[in-house]
Design a protein around this ligand. Structure first.
Ligand code: MTE
Ligand code: MO
Length: 253
């Protein structure tokens, strides 16, 4: 079946969905056939989440870029969401200026690895000035510097079975991305912000930066990254901690 035909069919299903639950069920079935089901599809808003995720994947290209800004547009104030982890092991790593901190990368990879901050800083870096948009309604523009996630994925050699990469911080706010966002050039493992090391409030020593999605996907205080073919066995099986708080796993903007 041609790609354009399946796209048209799915969009038609989207319009049908406006007509009610029957339409949503049809849309969900089509989305399943074309691999467009998000991991939190079974919740209260399940069919609706599927439509959002499917529509965005169909209507935006895998390579479309989030807007980048000029230096003069960097916000003077960068809001902070939440507190840095107050317990060990984070507290003692912080006391030691993160010299003993490591990023573990495991799961469906040929060469599981553990990277120090110094190692990550030696890899090719990218800087981008993008807008951080929180689901609570505030936003700011800042420059983030880091190593593209794709570079690290290539280094550890991920399996063709990989469907998602899950990100575990030192607090509870874990999340995951599908491969489209994993390979996206603006998806960074960021250790710098506005020309300095990542401030503690903003996720030191390393955070994820995903400018095509809402702020909560950009996990701060990273400890471990796991490559997987299913998210069913992590947390409540909904792909991230967000659905537990009523937010959707996919937060495209
Ligand atoms: N580990 C962790 N990552 C997190 C959060 C968190 O509480 N813990 N909050 C998220 C939310 S809701 C937002 S808006 C951004 C805030 O990033 P900032 O504090 O750098 O502005 O981080 C996201 N990443
Ligand atoms: Mo947020």
């Amino acid at each position: 079946m041609s790609k354009s035909f399946s796209r048209r069919k799915l969009m038609t299903a989207g319009f049908t969905a406006a007509g009610g639950v029957a339409g949503l069920t049809v849309a969900a079935r089509l989305a399943s056939r074309y691999g467009l089901i998000p991991p939190d599809w079974a919740g209260v808003y399940g069919p609706g989440e599927t439509l959002t995720y499917a529509a965005q994947h169909i209507l935006t290209s895998a390579h479309s870029l989030a807007r980048e800004f000029s230096r003069s547009e960097i916000s003077r104030v960068a809001q902070v969401s939440g507190e840095h982890p107050q317990t060990d092991p984070y507290q003692s790593l912080f006391s030691g200026s993160f010299a003993d901190w490591r990023l573990a990368v495991d799961g469906l990879v040929a060469r599981p690895a553990s990277f120090s901050l110094a190692q990550l800083k030696q890899f090719p870096s990218r800087s981008q000035i993008t807008e951080h948009i929180c689901e609570e309604g505030w936003s700011f523009v800042a420059e983030w510097t880091g190593v593209p996630l794709s570079y690290v994925m290539n280094l550890v050699g991920i399996s063709p079975r990989a469907k998602y990469v899950a990100f575990f911080p030192f607090d509870e706010a874990w999340d995951s991305l599908d491969m489209q966002d994993v390979w996206h050039p603006q998806t960074l493992l960021a250790y710098g912000m506005n020309g300095r090391d990542m401030p503690v409030d903003h996720g030191a020593p390393l955070r994820l930066k995903v400018p095509r999605q809402l702020g909560y996907k950009s996990v701060k205080y990273l400890a471990r990254i796991t490559v997987t073919d299913t998210l069913k066995n992590f947390g409540k099986g909904e792909g991230s901690s967000a659905p537990e708080g009523g937010y959707s796993w996919y937060a495209g903007i």
